[in-house]
Design a protein around this ligand. Structure first.
Ligand code: BGC
Length: 761
């Protein structure tokens, strides 16, 4: 009883403290705004980008300093030089009319200087604590270097690996995507935004950007509301519920209205239904792009987006240049500008910028914390957990720490490709390539001989896309004179001659995925395939280590090689982490969070598909299948191997008949049947065979990552309640039906044992 009273009193006190803080904030901002002119308020809604950094849209802003002094800038992105940031901030708080500090943002996507594996790879770790930790470290480094706001996490569900931005998200599943979104927001924002080491998160790209038709970036989307709510919205909603301070609009149309001008999305869904209280920023000139979508001139679309519920205009200056006259013409209300301005000021207040506008520029912290030993250690450990072992026939892996390794391939020693796309401020400093990793981890008894073997590609389109805007430019790389394909190959084969094992480091350059990097063909290019063929013909053991920003079509590789390791792009410590896995110092535990297709013809392909009325039947021509390919993917969602093996017992339910709002437990015994300790991601799926709308064949509802010693058995239990049974019907009611439910527990979305329950209302 005493305990309960204690907690009650504590909760009341915390609640009162928050209420007091909010009312202090309200008073402060109301006072401030009462002194501001309409122009100054509009100035707060304007975000500018300087020259000299990655430009993803069609322009940057001019005369930034003048605009700051005139009170025409509320936010700035890509201010990469802390001295410049300090100078701009100083102008804002000393020379601008209202002396309001500027909020500085950056795409801190998978780390700031210490780069972690690409977000998609992080999601394959199934380790939420580690994902949160990566965001926390990113925030720690960025917040010392001038930034208090990141445009992350990207939580767009993606079921089409042609889309380059799958690299930035958490894969195909809404339940998992929601968990990752929450972990990332917690990591960036912590419990207290005013802490100098936390930064504001931004949930993007709202909404459904990942469903671009044909996987072509920025493309049109036409989707039912049911699919939005059921399959695409959960991660955005989870990010909002986790307290994300900002949301970014997406470039695409939703119901034929660009998201940036879509009031239903930005106000009805985001604010009214989900209770979002932060501010909304457009994507890079997404406001202006509404004109290209055919929605009118800059004044019309700027009014449209402000009225839709957008608060800040990134780079386009449509708000800055047109809102005042829209107010005088009556198409925009002052109250709506006030609301937008207030939301932005609230974020600045919560970050503590009014108390100390320079708190996020801290050269001492920068020196001590950026690339600190503990950050590099975490980057290595986290990267280990993202490596997916796809195939390991004849137990080729792990490798012994002795003998001669021929390391062949165009990605084996490329630092910028190890960092991946959107590596933000990450430089090549401290980057460990696979070559470096093998040499370091292998120790004295291992010799590593390296040859490039082939160019990444000779395809003119891919060649044109091979400039990595995030790294190559700053590294000052110059084009080297290229040896012929034959001499590259000959050199590689020479090295292989006395090798005990060959490691082929192949796949995609970092610039082949990420923004504006969609591919129609997701195989490994011919130049590299020729190399792989030649390596196979040596008759030696070959391990394929594949780098990429997306699941690739690996049908040919799977037919021809015994060992396939998906390395993705592992970040600063990627090479060491990969070597840890290849030598067995870390037993791989990652599982893919996107389905690997057999060919692009199967795309979109994802595990939680609906049934058709004619499920595939090899004996029935008129069933839902291809005549030239199986329906099944090459590797299903949730798939990944270990150096040990796990056996699953039968699924047991705490009851086979339950009623109403109760909790059910589903358990399974998992045994490590191999000879090494290993972690297994045990996955729980649910099917609802009879409902008011057609329901997916199965949906992920839980997972647990368990560590098992050789021979050890653990019982893994999941609790399920009626919330897990709910779904959206065609009227968008969110509820569950009484009836039979099937639970599957297994190592991936295709294999699992099942148990059934009758759940009555
Ligand atoms: C991207 C966003 C990014 C923004 C700012 C846009 O092109 O779509 O994800 O945050 O640029 O760099």
């Amino acid at each position: 009883m005493r305990k309960i009273t204690f907690w009650l009193v504590l909760s009341v006190l915390i609640f009162q403290a928050i209420a007091q803080e909010n009312s202090d904030m309200d008073v402060f901002i109301s006072n401030l705004m009462s002194e501001m002119t309409l122009q100054e308020k509009i100035g707060q809604l304007n975000q500018v980008a300087p020259h000299g950094w990655v430009v993803t849209g069609s322009s940057v802003n001019e005369d930034i300093e003048k605009k700051v002094i005139a009170g025409q800038v509320g936010g700035m992105l890509n201010s990469m030089n802390p001295d410049m940031t300090r100078k701009i901030q100083e102008l804002a708080i000393t020379k601008s009319p209202s002396k309001i500090p500027i909020i500085f943002g950056l795409d801190v996507i998978h780390g700031f200087k210490t780069i972690f594996p690409i977000p998609f790879a992080l999601s394959c770790s199934w380790n939420l604590n580690r994902i949160e930790q990566s965001a926390r470290i990113a925030a720690t480094e960025a917040s010392a270097s001038g930034f208090c706001w990141t445009f992350s996490p990207m939580v767009d569900i993606s079921r089409d690996p042609r889309w380059g931005r799958v690299a930035e998200g958490a894969g195909e599943d809404p339940w998992w995507g929601a968990k990752v979104a929450e972990a990332m927001v917690k990591g960036y924002q912590g419990n207290d935004l005013s802490d100098e080491r936390t930064i504001l998160a931004c949930i993007k790209h709202f909404a459904i950007y990942g469903a671009a038709e044909a996987g072509r970036d920025y493309n049109t989307i036409d989707m039912s509301r049911l699919s939005m709510y059921q399959d695409y919205f959960p991660p955005y909603k989870a990010g909002v519920e986790a307290g994300a301070g900002s949301v970014m609009t997406s470039f695409n149309v939703v119901d034929r209205i660009p998201a940036t001008g879509n009031r239903w999305l930005m106000t009805n869904v985001l604010r009214d239904q989900w209770g979002f209280e932060g501010f909304v920023v457009t994507d890079y000139r997404a406001n202006n792009e509404m004109s290209v979508h055919g929605l009118g001139d800059l004044k019309t679309i700027s009014a449209l987006s402000l009225n839709a519920g957008v608060d800040m205009d990134m780079v386009g200056e449509g708000f800055l240049t047109t809102l005042e006259s829209s107010v005088s013409e009556g198409t925009v209300k002052i109250e709506d500008i006030d609301k937008a301005c207030r939301r932005i000021l609230e974020a600045k207040y919560k970050l503590g910028l009014f108390n100390d506008p320079y708190k996020y520029i801290d050269s001492i912290r920068m020196q001590n914390e950026v690339f600190s030993d503990s950050h590099l250690k975490a980057a290595r450990e986290i990267a280990q957990q993202t490596v997916v072992l796809l195939k390991n026939d004849k137990n080729i892996l792990p490798l012994k720490k002795q003998g001669r390794i021929a390391l062949i391939g165009p990605l084996a020693d490329s630092k910028s490709d190890m960092l991946g796309s959107w590596a933000g401020a990450g430089s090549r400093e401290n980057v460990s390539t696979l070559k470096h990793g093998l040499e370091t981890v292998g120790g004295a008894n291992v010799t590593v001989a390296f040859a490039k073997g082939a160019e990444p590609t000779d395809d003119p389109f891919l060649l044109a896309a091979s400039q990595n805007p995030w790294q190559r430019r700053r590294d000052g790389q110059t084009e080297e004179v290229k040896p012929s394909a034959d001499s590259l190959l000959a050199e590689a084969l020479e090295i292989c001659r006395d090798a005990d094992v060959i490691i082929a480091s192949v796949g995609e350059l970092a610039s082949w995925s990420g923004e504006a990097a969609s591919r129609t063909d997701i195989t490994i290019p011919q130049t590299q395939r020729r190399l792989m063929k030649a390596l196979k013909e040596t008759g030696k053991r070959v391990v394929l280590v594949i780098s990429s920003g997306r699941p690739l079509d690996l049908t040919w590789e799977n037919e021809n090689f015994d060992a396939i390791v998906m390395a993705w792009q592992g970040g600063t410590q990627g090479g060491l982490a990969l070597a840890d896995v290849l030598f067995g110092d870390y037993n791989p535990s990652a599982k893919t969070t996107m389905t690997f297709p057999r060919s692009v013809g199967q795309i979109p392909i994802y595990y939680s598909q609906l049934n058709t009325g004619r499920p595939a039947n090899p004996f029935n021509k008129f069933s839902s299948k291809y005549i030239d390919s199986p329906n099944e993917p090459l590797f299903p969602f949730g798939y990944g191997l270990s150096y040990t093996t796990f056996e699953y017992g039968n699924v047991s339910l705490s009851d086979s008949l339950v009623r109403g709002d109760v909790t059910l437990t589903a358990s399974v015994n998992v045994t490590n049947t191999g000879e090494r300790a290993g972690e297994e991601v045990v996955q729980l799926y649910l099917a609802d065979p009879v409902a008011r709308v057609s329901r997916p064949l199965k949906e992920l509802k839980g997972f647990e990552k368990v560590l098992l010693e050789p021979g050890e058995t653990k019982t893994v239990s999941f609790t399920i309640n009626t919330n897990d049974l709910k779904y959206y019907d065609s009227e968008l009611n969110y509820d569950w039906d009484a009836g039979e439910f099937v639970f599957y527990i297994g190592p991936n979305s295709s294999d699992g044992k099942e148990a059934r329950v009758m759940w009555e209302k």
